[in-house]
Design a protein around this ligand. Structure first.
Ligand SMILES: Cc1cc2nc3c(=O)[nH]c(=O)nc-3n(C[C@H](O)[C@H](O)[C@H](O)COP(=O)(O)OP(=O)(O)OC[C@H]3O[C@@H](n4cnc5c(N)ncnc54)[C@H](O)[C@@H]3O)c2cc1C
Length: 405
C-alpha cells in the first residue's frame, strides 16, 4: 500500500484530541476525523484527576484548564440512610507525589476545546469534521480508511498508523473484529443539573458520593457556561420505564427529594439519560491500529475514571507511535502498549468503578454498615488513606503501567 506520511486518528473526543496534540507537538503529521459537526456539550465527564493534570501539563493544557475549572482537593462519601458524612478524602494528603494536589472540575467539552485550540495552529495537525470512519484495511506498510460525509460521499485516506479513539461503539474495534467482553448494568443513569448550592446548603464538597439502599446518588460541581457554578446530580433509573417518564420533572424531583431533601423543588437545567457498561477490549492493538479511551474500555462514571484513563492511554500510545515513526519496531511497541494499558484498565478502572457502585448501592444492612465502616477507617488511617488516594487519583495505575516491560 502507498501510504501518506501521517498518523490517522478516528474520533476528536478528549482522547483523540489529546493524542493528536501529543503527536503534533512531537512533529508527527496527524489527521483527525470526527463524525460530528461540533464538539458535543452534553453532560459527560467532569473531573480531571491530579495524574491527568500532570500528564497534560507537558502539552501546555494544564494551566489553561486550571483557569477554566474549579480546584477540588476534597471529596466526600455520605450515607443518606443515617444522614452522615462517612469519609472525606483530601488530595493534599499526598501532595508529596502530586504537582497539582486536587481534582479539577471542568466539563469534558472544555478539555476537548483546550486540546483543539492548542493543536489547530500547528502545521502538523488537521481536523476534519463530519467525516465518519466506515471502513479500514491495513497491510505491512500502513492503514487505509474510508470516511463518509453527511451527503453520503466517500473519501479515502491513508497513514502509517491509525488510532481508534472513536468511543464506546468504536467502528475501528468492530472492523478489527476485536471482542468487547463485559456487561451492561440493568439500570440506566441519569445526570441532572441545577444551580442549587449544595455546599452552602449542606456542606457538600465539589465531588460527593451518597450511599442509599434504594436510591444512591452522586453530586458534583462544575463551572457552567458562564462560570456561574452548576451542580450535577447522578441517579440510577431502575426498571424499564420509558425515557420520557424518567426524564420528566416529576420523576427527577422525586429522586432529589429522596437523595437531597434540603430545599425542594430544585430548579432543573439539563438532563441526560444513558446506559452504562463495564467492558474491556480483548486487545488494544492489531497490526498498525491501536485503540484508546472508550473504544478500548468503558466503565461506570463513579470515581470519574473513564475519560482520565482514556487520556492516559492516548498519551502512552502517542509516545509509542513517536518511537515507531522514527524507526523502532512498531509491533513490539504496540504489543507493549497493550501489555501496559489493558491489564491495568481491568485492575484499576474496572475494579474501582465497580467497587464504588457496590458500596453506594449495598442494601443488606449488615453488609452495608461493614462497607461504610471500612471506608470510614480508610479515611482516618494514614497508610490506608494514602493507598486509597494513590489509586483514586490513578497515579498508581500510571506508574504501574509504565513499569511494565
Ligand atoms: C452519555 C455519556 C455520559 C457520560 N457521563 C460521564 C460522567 O458523568 N462522568 C465520567 O467520568 N464519564 C462519563 N462518561 C464517560 C466519558 O464521557 C468517556 O469516558 C469519555 O468521553 C471517553 O472519551 P473518548 O475520547 O474515548 O470517547 P468519546 O468522548 O465518546 O469521543 C469519541 C469521538 O469519536 C467520534 N466518533 C465516533 N464514531 C466515529 C466514527 N466512526 N468516525 C469518526 N468519528 C467517530 C465521536 O463523534 C466523538 O467525538 C459518559 C459517557 C457518555 C457516553
Amino acid at each position: 500500500m502507498n501510504v501518506d506520511d501521517c498518523v490517522l486518528i478516528a474520533g476528536a473526543g478528549p482522547v483523540g484530541m489529546t493524542t493528536a496534540l501529543a503527536l503534533a507537538k512531537a512533529g508527527i503529521p496527524v489527521k483527525v476525523f470526527d463524525a460530528l459537526a461540533e464538539i458535543p456539550t452534553d453532560h459527560r465527564a467532569s473531573t480531571l484527576h491530579p495524574s491527568t493534570l500532570m500528564l497534560v501539563e507537558e502539552l501546555g493544557m494544564t494551566e489553561i484548564l486550571i483557569n477554566r475549572g474549579i480546584e477540588s482537593p476534597l471529596f466526600q462519601w455520605r450515607d443518606r440512610a443515617t444522614d452522615r458524612i462517612v469519609a472525606e478524602f483530601d488530595y493534599r494528603d499526598i501532595s508529596d507525589v502530586l504537582k497539582f494536589p486536587y481534582a479539577l472540575q471542568v466539563e469534558q467539552h472544555k478539555t476537548i476545546e483546550v486540546a483543539r485550540d492548542l493543536a489547530l495552529p500547528m502545521d502538523t495537525f488537521t481536523l476534519t469534521r463530519e467525516r465518519e470512519l466506515v471502513d479500514l484495511r491495513q497491510d505491512d506498510e500502513g492503514v487505509e480508511i474510508k470516511v463518509q460525509a453527511p451527503d453520503g460521499s466517500m473519501e479515502t485516506h491513508s497513514g502509517r498508523f491509525l488510532v481508534g479513539a472513536d468511543g464506546g461503539r468504536s467502528i475501528v474495534r468492530k472492523q478489527l473484529g476485536i471482542d468487547f467482553p463485559g456487561f451492561t448494568w440493568g439500570e440506566r443513569f441519569i445526570i441532572v443539573s441545577t444551580y442549587y448550592d449544595f455546599e452552602e446548603a449542606a456542606g457538600y464538597r465539589y465531588r460527593n458520593y451518597v450511599a442509599h439502599p434504594v436510591q444512591w446518588c452522586a453530586m458534583i460541581k462544575v463551572p457552567g457556561d458562564e462560570d456561574e457554578g452548576v451542580w450535577r446530580a447522578l441517579f440510577p433509573a431502575f426498571g424499564d420505564a420509558p425515557d420520557e417518564h424518567v426524564l420528566s420533572d416529576e420523576w427527577i424531583q422525586a429522586r432529589f427529594a429522596e437523595c437531597y431533601p434540603y430545599d425542594p423543588p430544585y430548579d432543573l437545567l439539563h438532563r441526560n439519560l444513558y446506559s452504562v457498561h463495564q467492558r474491556v477490549a480483548e486487545t488494544f492493538s492489531k497490526g498498525r491500529v491501536a485503540m484508546a479511551g472508550d473504544a478500548a474500555h468503558v466503565n461506570n462514571p463513579l470515581g470519574g475514571m473513564g475519560m482520565n484513563s482514556g487520556i492516559h492511554d492516548g498519551l502512552n500510545l502517542a509516545q509509542k507511535l513517536v518511537e515507531a515513526w522514527h524507526g523502532a519496531d512498531h509491533e513490539a511497541l504496540l504489543a507493549r502498549y497493550d501489555r501496559q494499558r489493558r491489564p491495568t484498565a481491568e485492575k484499576y478502572v474496572q475494579a474501582q468503578s465497580i467497587a464504588n457502585k457496590k458500596l453506594l448501592e449495598e442494601n443488606d444492612p449488615e453488609a452495608r454498615e461493614k462497607r461504610l465502616k471500612e471506608l470510614e477507617f480508610t479515611a482516618t488511617d494514614v497508610s490506608a488513606k494514602r493507598a486509597y488516594l494513590l489509586r483514586a487519583s490513578l497515579v498508581q495505575m500510571v506508574e504501574e503501567a509504565n513499569a511494565i516491560e
